[in-house]
Design a protein around this ligand. Structure first.
Ligand code: NAD
Ligand code: TYD
Length: 331
C-alpha cells in the first residue's frame, strides 16, 4: 500500500513506519516538520526504504507534494506534551487542528483513506470503569482539547463529504525512541544518571499503559478494517499508578527510592485514564505485550542506546528540564 505517514519521525510514527516497511512491505512517504520531538535518528534503520519529506502538515503545498500517488494518510503529526500545552498552547492549535484540516482537505481532493491517530485524553478523566467510543468527549488540557477538535473535524469530513476517515484512540504509549519529556523515558534516564525522579502531586494518578508496537498494530487494524466514520479505542492491557511505575523503574535500574522527589502537581492533572477496546478487538486486534515485560525491555533499550538519547539529554532538553522542574540535570 502507498502510505503517507505524517509525523513519522516521532516516537509512535517511527515505530509504525518500521512495522509497515518490515511486516507489510508498504511504500511509505513520511512528512515531518522535525520539531524537537521529531528526529531522523528515530528512522535510522528504515530511512533508505522510505521517502522522507521535511515539511509541516499545516502547509498545503508541502502536503500536496508529499501526498502525490498515496492511497491513504495516517496522521501522527501533533504537538503531544501536556505540560508544554499548559505553558504555551498556541503551537498545539496550529498543528493539531489547522494541520489536521489541511490533511483532510488533501485526502478529500485525492479520494484517499484517512486515519487520525488520537488519544484516550479526549474523554477526560474517569475515576472507575472505562470509556467506550460512545462516551462524551470532555478534554481537560489544551493538548487534549486540540486533539478533540481534530477528531470532531475528522468526523465532520466523513458526515459532510463522505471521506473514508477512521479515528484510532490510544492510551499512554511507552517503548524505545520516546522523547524524555514523557513519564517513562524521563524517569528511566534520570534513574540511570542518578538524577532525582520528579513525581507530580501524590503520585496516585493512573495511566493505562500500551506498548508502542501494540498501538502500531491497532492503527494497522483500523486502517485495514475500520468502518469509515467510526472511532476505535486502543487501550493497553495494564494500568498502573505513577508512583508504582517509578518504583519499578528504580528497581530495574538498580537504584533505590531515595531518588524520588514529590514536586508541585500539574495544573488540571487528570486522575485516571482508561479505555475499553472491545470494538477494535472485534476487528481482530489484541495487545501482545504486558506492562511488566514491556517496561523491563524498555529500561534495557534505554540502557543500551545512549547514542540515541545522549544528544537529546546534552542539548536544548537541559534548558527545557530546568524551566519545567527548576533544577539542573547532573550530566
Ligand atoms: P511525538 O511528540 O513523539 O512526535 C510527534 C511527531 O510529529 C514528531 O516527529 C514531530 O516532528 C511531528 N510534528 C509535530 N508538528 C508537526 C507539524 N506541524 N507538521 C509535521 N510534523 C509535525 O508524538 P508521539 O508520542 O509519537 O504521538 C504521535 C501521535 O499519537 C500524536 O497524534 C499523539 O496525539 C498520539 N498519541 C500519543 C500517545 C502517547 O502516549 N505518546 C498516546 C495516544 C495517542
Ligand atoms: P505524561 O507522560 O506527560 O503523559 P500524559 O500526561 O499524557 O498521560 O505523564 C504521565 C503521568 O505521569 C501523568 O499523570 C503525569 C505524570 N508525570 C509525573 O509525575 N512527573 C513527570 O515528570 C512527568 C513528565 C509526568
Amino acid at each position: 500500500m502507498k502510505l503517507l505517514v505524517c509525523g513519522g519521525a516521532g516516537f509512535i510514527g517511527s515505530s509504525f513506519v518500521r512495522l509497515r516497511v518490515n511486516e507489510h512491505g508498504d511504500d511509505v512517504t513520511v512528512l515531518d516538520k522535525l520539531t524537537y520531538a521529531g528526529r531522523r535518528e528515530n528512522l535510522h534503520d528504515v530511512i533508505d526504504q522510505i521517502r522522507f519529506v521535511h515539511g509541516a502538515i499545516e502547509d498545503p503545498v508541502a502536503v500536496a507534494g508529499a501526498a502525490e500517488g498515496c492511497e491513504a494518510i495516517v496522521n501522527f503529526a501533533a504537538e503531544t506534551h501536556v505540560d508544554r500545552s499548559i505553558s504555551d498552547p498556541e503551537g498545539f492549535i496550529v498543528t493539531n487542528m489547522q494541520g489536521t484540516h489541511v490533511l483532510l482537505e488533501a485526502a478529500r481532493r485525492q479520494g484517499m483513506r484517512y486515519v487520525q491517530v488520537s488519544t484516550d485524553e479526549v474523554y477526560g478523566s474517569i475515576e472507575e470503569g472505562s470509556f467506550t467510543e460512545q462516551s462524551p468527549l470532555q478534554p481537560s488540557s489544551p493538548y487534549s482539547a486540540t486533539k478533540t477538535g481534530a477528531d470532531l473535524l475528522v468526523s465532520s469530513y466523513f458526515h459532510t463529504f463522505g471521506l473514508e476517515a477512521v479515528i484510532c484512540r490510544g492510551s499512554n504509549n511507552y517503548g524505545p525512541y520516546q522523547y524524555p519529556e514523557k513519564l517513562i523515558p524521563l524517569m528511566i534516564l534520570n534513574a540511570l544518571a542518578g538524577d532525582r525522579l520528579p513525581v507530580y502531586g501524590d503520585g496516585r494518578n493512573v495511566r493505562n499503559w500500551l506498548h508502542v508496537e501494540d498501538f502500531g498494530h491497532g492503527i494497522g487494524h483500523a486502517l485495514a478494517h475500520g468502518l469509515p466514520g467510526e472511532a476505535y479505542n486502543c487501550g493497553g492491557p495494564d494500568e498502573c499508578e505513577n508512583i508504582e511505575v517509578v518504583r519499578r523503574i528504580l528497581g530495574l535500574s538498580g537504584r533505590d527510592e531515595s531518588l524520588i522527589e514529590y514536586v508541585t502537581d500539574r495544573l488540571g492533572h487528570d486522575r485516571r485514564y482508561s479505555l475499553a477496546s472491545a470494538k477494535l478487538q472485534q476487528l481482530g486486534w489484541k495487545a501482545r505485550m504486558g506492562f511488566a515485560e514491556g517496561l523491563e525491555r524498555t529500561v534495557a533499550w534505554y540502557r543500551d542506546n545512549d547514542w540515541w538519547w545522549d544528544p537529546i539529554r546534552s542539548g536544548v532538553y537541559r534548558e527545557y528540564y530546568e524551566r519545567q522542574y527548576g533544577r539542573a540535570l547532573k550530566r
